[in-house]
Design a protein around this ligand. Structure first.
Ligand code: MF3
Ligand code: CO
Length: 252
């Protein structure tokens, strides 16, 4: 599939979708307490998405059984909603949510702390978030796609962290996953030229230890192979001639 350039009308809808999603992330984070199951978190999230008249884009996507991916500690991404999976004090929880608003998608992830977490967990969360911001310094028309990838990976690796390679960011728009694929580590070429009107989901997944991951028997949950903690940070952004617009981030 080709890379799509969005029209002003499409951009306006993606702005609305992003604002809704950013707000849901802020609100959901405040609701999550030790003792809740990932099933309960999913139900709350679905309720919030539908309260805006939006559709949870992950629900039934390739058979995914929830509205949010809930990945705890050494789980990297795609953790499932389960009644017997309980979040506890000291956990870090990655929440990845997609919404469809009037036919347009927004995709974003945050890793949050439950109660008091270790210094090393806090640092991982902070560096993962910052690696996204290091990457998008290069996200402007005329630059090349893999400049973003390289900046993300170089930053995270400078802390000795492992950058997940098997999973990537992506274009986003009418579809959840559009071209191009966006790796989170330096490539040996600069990739395609960025153009105004591209909308991209940039999503570093960073491990304290090795970059290697494996899939659990549920065929969804991705975990670090060495059992170390992992964090995820993602936003849907719009490429412009100047600074990128971070569509799915709402400050609170
Ligand atoms: N944000 C993720 C992605 O971009 C989540 C999609 S997984 C799903 O790939 F299957 F649950 F939708
Ligand atoms: Co994504």
């Amino acid at each position: 599939m080709a890379v799509t350039i969005k029209s002003e009308r499409e951009i306006a809808l993606m702005r609305e979708a992003g604002k809704i999603l950013g707000t849901i992330h802020n609100d959901l984070a405040k609701e999550i307490k030790a003792g809740m199951s990932s099933y309960e978190i999913d139900k709350k999230c679905e309720e919030m998405i539908r309260s805006y008249g939006c559709i949870p884009s992950f629900l039934d996507y390739q058979g995914y059984p929830g509205s949010v991916c809930i990945s705890i500690n050494d789980e990297v991404v795609h953790g499932l909603p389960e009644k017997n999976k309980i979040v506890k004090d000291g956990d870090i929880v990655s929440l990845d949510i997609g919404v469809i608003h009037e036919g347009y998608q927004s995709d974003a992830a945050r890793t949050i702390a439950i109660g008091e977490v270790s210094e090393e967990a806090l640092k991982l969360m902070e560096v993962t978030k910052q690696s996204f911001f290091e990457g998008i310094k290069y996200a402007k028309a005329g630059n090349h796609l893999f400049d973003i990838s390289g900046a993300i990976g170089d930053y995270a690796e400078s802390f000795g962290y492992g950058v997940v390679r098997e999973l990537v960011g992506h274009g986003v728009g009418r579809e959840l996953h559009e071209d191009p694929q966006i790796p989170n580590y330096r490539q040996n070429r600069r990739g395609m030229k960025l153009q105004k009107g591209m909308t991209l989901a940039i999503e570093p997944m960073i491990n304290i230890g090795r970059p290697d991951v494996r899939w659990l028997d549920d065929d969804w949950t991705v975990v670090t192979d060495d059992g170390t903690l992992s964090a995820h940070y993602e936003n849907t952004i719009l490429i412009t001639d100047g600074e990128p617009e971070i569509l799915s981030l709402v400050l609170d």
